[in-house]
Design a protein around this ligand. Structure first.
Ligand code: ZN
Ligand code: ZN
Length: 272
């Protein structure tokens, strides 16, 4: 395992199970050179997954304290997983991950990666049973977010695969699906954002490959895009789960390096 870092790590300030200080210890034991915390940013709905607005100052203070305490041993960064519907900016953070977890319509929402049944209902009732329409809505939403805000990291690009593994709402091998995913990814390559190779759904048993799918990673590389391997960790036991597999996949696609949170600068490249 070469990555020795993860920029996508949750804490007990949001839906993570491990308090940040214990995650830091786990990272040190694994020989990590850096670690970035990225609790879910506060938002005005579906509050159980996210950090409460009132807790945000305490989150920032705790991570900044850890950053100072471990200086010289491991570089710690203060980040945020900032959903499109987050109600705070990332200006007080070292970096953020831009993610889309919801489809919304006036007065209601559905979580892309939540329970399967509500998403199925959404597709049936709001997309006339057309799963590809739902996927298109998701990708256009993420594309517009990334193109507008140029975030440091693009979060779990093809998140629609999670529930598709159960619901089979669209054919991931079809030209139509691949085209709409690639059309959303292409303009992101010009934004300068890192594409995360996220093993979280593997660690939780939902998928057998990371986000994004290999065909997307292949094109991303051909466009000159760079990647960072992350665990979307909600439990410190899985801090580097499936990193070997993710690195192997990247090498098989001719990636010679990836990017991680740096020891001296915010980002550093390392050989795969
Ligand atoms: Zn997420
Ligand atoms: Zn996450």
């Amino acid at each position: 395992m070469k990555t020795l870092s993860s920029a996508h790590v949750h804490t007990t300030f949001c839906d993570g199970r491990t308090p940040a200080p214990l995650t830091v210890r786990a990272a040190l034991e694994k020989g990590f050179v850096s670690l970035g915390f990225s609790s879910h940013a506060p938002q005005e709905f579906d509050a159980e997954y996210n950090m409460a607005l009132k807790d945000e100052p305490a989150y920032r203070a705790q991570i900044r304290t850890l950053q100072a305490e471990y200086a010289g041993r491991m570089a710690i960064y203060l980040g945020l997983e900032r959903d499109l519907f987050a109600c705070v900016s990332a200006k007080d953070y070292d970096y953020y991950i831009a993610s889309v977890h919801y489809l919304t319509w006036p007065g209601d929402f559905v979580a892309i990666d939540g329970d399967a049944a509500p998403l199925k209902k959404y597709v049936d009732e709001r997309c006339g049973g057309d799963g590809l329409m739902m996927a298109r809505q998701y990708y256009e939403s993420l594309r517009d977010y990334v193109v507008k805000e140029r975030p440091p990291i693009i979060g779990h690009f093809d998140l629609v695969r999670k529930n598709n593994a159960v619901l089979r709402l669209f054919d991931e091998e079809s030209k139509a699906y691949r085209r709409l995913a690639l059309d959303a990814l292409r303009p992101m390559a010009d934004s300068g954002a890192l594409l995360e190779v996220n093993t979280g759904a593997m660690a939780r048993g939902y998928l057998t490959s990371p986000y994004p799918a290999p065909f997307l990673l292949k094109e991303w590389k051909s466009w000159g895009g760079e990647v960072t391997v992350t665990s979307d960790c909600h439990d410190a036991r899985y801090l580097d789960a499936y990193f070997n597999e993710a690195e192997e996949l990247l090498r098989s696609l001719d990636y010679t390096h990836a990017v991680r949170l740096g020891q001296k600068e915010l980002w550093e490249r390392f050989s795969l």
